[in-house]
Write a protein that binds this ligand. Structure first.
Ligand SMILES: Nc1ncnc2c1ncn2[C@@H]1O[C@H](COP(=O)(O)OP(=O)(O)OP(=O)(O)O)[C@@H](O)[C@H]1O
Length: 347
């Protein structure tokens, strides 16, 4: 493995817990992402890995070498990490080429030209940062961080100053560049689409806690907590009763193994249902009232009110408009690629 974070704990001013016994692993060549709302502690965790902040306790190992524990605290420049920041942090008086070559010297000019080529900066070598667009500046920052061939690249909201289309294309490119270099990375972002598009493993954080560290698909279909379910995508919590004969009874009908729902522990058991798993079904006995319906480009988003008074969201890809105020049949679809574990997972 390349990065091991083990039981890292940090408080600010002895009160505010910004990292609560956090543990995760990023394997060599993988890209991990820390995802969560503003203030949840993502940047602090990244800065502790880089060595800019000191944890209260725990252990951090990079490439098998302990860089922090109760006896060790290796300084940032000796941790073998590169860093890319939100605001590019380029030297304004140096050209693209000089910015990239700054710091730990490149072995040779061939390496420099290869980096410039891979990061799409050919032709801009002699320009200054103020002559570049935001996207180009971030490419320079990336090339500069990769120049010393770090074992681990840490990226703090690297695309948040860019417009949406550039953010998407650059994030895909960065993923390819990291693959090409075989570089392990850790990205901090509050953007779920960015994390899903780039990362092999994603950690969802809230109030200094790492709620779940998992691949995108598992986070989406098997969220470990209500917080993760609510933060990743959209869905509806619907009350459910466990049947002694198996399955669950809900206001949308009986759910059997194979139905894509999660149950969660609470005084009232409930299931979490994704909008794309709610289908219009004229044969269904469940005929809730349509409360709202919006055209969304690809498909429509309907909100129904169930007999229980709960609301359920449905995304529908047919082109037929529905009239709010009417009742329509709905049911819960079974997933096409069912695995045995992909059913009624209890958390
Ligand atoms: N030096 C500090 N002293 C006291 N509190 C701090 C300090 N640095 C950060 N905090 C607090 O720690 C919490 C976590 O901050 P952090 O910047 O790690 O969150 P974040 O998830 O990266 O947020 P954002 O996405 O807004 O950057 C916040 O409540 C912040 O106000």
């Amino acid at each position: 493995m390349c990065l091991k974070v083990d039981q890292i704990h940090k408080t600010h001013n002895r009160k505010l817990i910004v990292a609560e016994d956090i543990s995760f692993v990023v394997e060599k060549g993988e890209l991990g992402a820390l995802l969560g709302p503003s203030g949840c502690g993502k940047t602090t965790l990244l800065r502790m890995i880089a060595g800019f902040e000191t944890p209260d306790r725990g252990r951090i190992a990079i490439n098998g070498k302990t860089v922090f524990d109760h006896r060790t605290n290796v300084c940032p420049e000796k941790r073998g990490t590169g860093m890319v920041f939100q605001d590019y942090a380029l030297f304004p008086h140096l050209t693209v080429m000089e910015n990239i070559a700054f710091g730990p010297a490149l072995k040779n000019r061939k390496d420099l030209h290869q980096l410039i080529g891979i990061t799409g900066l050919s032709g801009s070598e002699n320009r200054y940062p103020h002559e570049l667009s935001g996207g180009q500046q971030q490419r320079v920052a990336l090339a500069r961080a990769l120049a010393p061939r770090p074992g681990l690249l840490l990226m703090d909201e690297p695309f948040s100053n860019l417009d949406i289309s550039l953010r998407e294309s650059l994030s895909e490119e960065v993923r390819c560049i990291l693959n090409e270099f075989g570089t392990t990375g850790l990205l901090v972002t509050h953007n779920q689409h960015e994390a899903f598009a780039m990362a092999d493993k994603i950690g969802v954080m809230k109030h200094g806690k790492l709620c779940q560290w998992d691949c995108a698909e598992h986070l989406y279909y098997h969220p470990a907590t209500e917080d993760v379910a609510g933060f990743i995508g959209e869905g509806s919590f619907i009350r459910a009763q466990v049947c002694p004969s198996g399955g669950l009874v809900t206001p949308v009908g009986r759910l059997e193994p194979g139905h894509p729902v999660m149950t969660h522990h609470a005084d009232t058991p409930a299931v979490f249902i994704r909008p794309e798993d709610v289908v219009l079904d004229p044969q269904s006995d469940c005929r809730p009232l349509l409360v709202k319906s919006h055209f969304r480009g690809p498909g429509r988003r309907h909100i129904f009110e169930l007999a229980s008074g709960e609301q359920i969201v449905c995304t529908d890809h047919s082109r037929i408009p529905l009239e709010p105020g009417n009742r329509y049949g709905i049911s819960i679809s079974k997933r096409r690629n069912n695995h045995e574990n992909d059913i009624l997972c209890t958390v």
